[in-house]
Design a protein around this ligand. Structure first.
Ligand code: NIG
Ligand code: FE
Length: 418
């Protein structure tokens, strides 16, 4: 199966198979009027049309990019896409002045979604997840990292991870699964959080690893949730389980999560709204990707992570939606890119690298995803935009016209077809 994309005004991509840092974050390869050829799911040619004609004969399908821009499909390296219910009531409470943590302490927050998720059938959870995946895809996202964490008991955590596995089988979006059973202390263990930590370490993590349901593990390392010592113990067996580590780090308080992520050689340290200078220095000297979630800052009406300081220090920075029902209910990477630029001071070119190649590095897949280069997977978006800055400049709309996943057209004229 071969596909030729022609008629683009620009083909725009970062280059390479590792996260880009510092000034390199803004270095995009921009080719005017280039064509892209895909065969058997991979990119086999990027360059001038005349050169393509010289090297290749015909192809099965031709897609006209209509003068738009071709970019790598977005990779969203931090999402919580499996849940039941919704929390618009809390949203109104927050607008009236209550804080996210106040609401959590009064029985709302993550535990409100836990109640709804435990009560939902696996079919209902899968249906909700697939609907969200449709939204991811029509907004240009072709791969997501997907966490459990609204079960907080063995049975429901397993059901959530099974939903992620089944969604990955049936939906065009690829899912990289992460066990986040250590997302919160469930109500039944509120009086003895240490018992919950022991249960996670002795039963829940080993059983999920034995079932092969997760590729990675995450912990909400935060004041009032899991402290540094608990987080360290929760992650001690990760390597034995074949799990890479992501960490919710320094989100609401400066606890030192970034330094711990580096100490544990985590793939990513995420949120970082309260990261300290020491945390920034640790990340800069490591391969751990700083995954920033400006949608969460915006939605919680809080401050943004210090993206400029992280970039200028030489950290590998990625961005993600954090898609979840409490602190960032969106699947839209174009929206996140607008917030990365307008809220965190990133340049458009930096934000594009952060949402593609660096996001792929944050899930350990920069060798196969995140750029438009020969040999990479043919995951592409075509924007209805004459030049790539329009992706952010023309904000608040969905600029994605076509999406190609593994060399197949799955969104055409902004409508889902695959
Ligand atoms: O990434 N920080 C912890 N977890 C989520 C919030 C989940 C929720 O509120 O339901 C986050 O922001
Ligand atoms: Fe999160």
């Amino acid at each position: 199966m071969s596909l030729l994309i022609r008629g683009a005004h620009q083909v725009v991509t970062p280059l390479g198979t590792a996260a880009r840092r510092g000034a390199d974050l803004a270095r995009l390869d921009v080719r005017q009027r280039a064509v892209v050829r895909c065969e058997n799911g991979l990119i086999v040619f990027v360059g001038e049309e005349a050169e393509h004609e010289r090297l290749f004969s015909d192809c099965d399908e031709v897609l006209d990019a209509g003068g738009g821009c071709v970019l790598p499909g977005f990779v969203d390296p931090h999402t919580h896409p499996v849940w039941a219910g919704s929390r618009e009531d809390e949203f109104d409470r927050r607008l009236r002045g209550e804080s996210y943590m106040d609401i959590a302490r009064s029985g709302g927050g993550i535990n409100a979604t836990v109640r709804a998720t435990r009560a939902a059938s696996s079919e209902e959870l899968l249906g909700g997840t697939l609907a969200r995946l449709d939204n991811f895809l029509t907004h240009g996202t072709t791969t997501i990292e997907a966490k459990s964490g609204y079960g907080l008991d063995l049975e429901t955590e397993i059901r959530m991870l099974e939903v992620i596995r089944d969604a990955n089988r049936v939906h065009s979006v690829d899912l990289h699964s992460t066990c986040l059973a250590a997302h919160e202390v469930p109500p039944e263990h509120r009086d003895d959080p240490e018992a919950w930590v022991r249960l996670l370490i002795e039963e829940i993590h080993p059983e999920i690893a034995r079932l092969g349901l997760a590729e990675a593990v995450d912990v909400f390392c935060e004041t009032g949730v899991f402290d540094l010592e608990q987080t360290r113990s929760l992650l001690a067996d990760a390597a034995d389980f074949g799990w890479r580590i992501h960490l919710h780090a320094d989100e609401l308080t400066p606890l030192g999560g970034a330094e711990l992520a580096v100490e544990l050689d985590a793939l990513s340290a995420d949120h970082l709204m309260c990261v300290t200078p020491a945390g920034i220095a640790a990340l800069a000297g490591s391969n751990t990707v700083a995954v920033l979630l400006p949608g969460t800052s915006f939605f919680l009406r809080s401050h943004f992570a210090p993206a400029r300081k992280l970039i200028d220090a030489g950290c590998a920075v990625a961005v993600a939606t954090d898609c979840n029902p409490g602190s960032s209910p969106t699947e839209s990477m174009p929206t996140i890119l607008a917030l990365a630029c307008l809220g965190m001071g990133m340049e458009v070119a930096e934000a594009i690298t952060a949402a593609t190649l660096n996001a792929a590095a944050a899930i350990g897949r920069a060798n196969e995803l995140g750029s438009i280069e020969v040999g990479k997977r043919a995951d592409l978006v075509i924007l209805d935009a004459p030049s790539y800055p329009h992706l952010v400049y023309h904000y608040g709309i969905n600029p994605v016209r076509h999406v190609i996943k593994g060399g197949r057209i799955v969104v055409a004229d902004a409508r889902l077809i695959g």
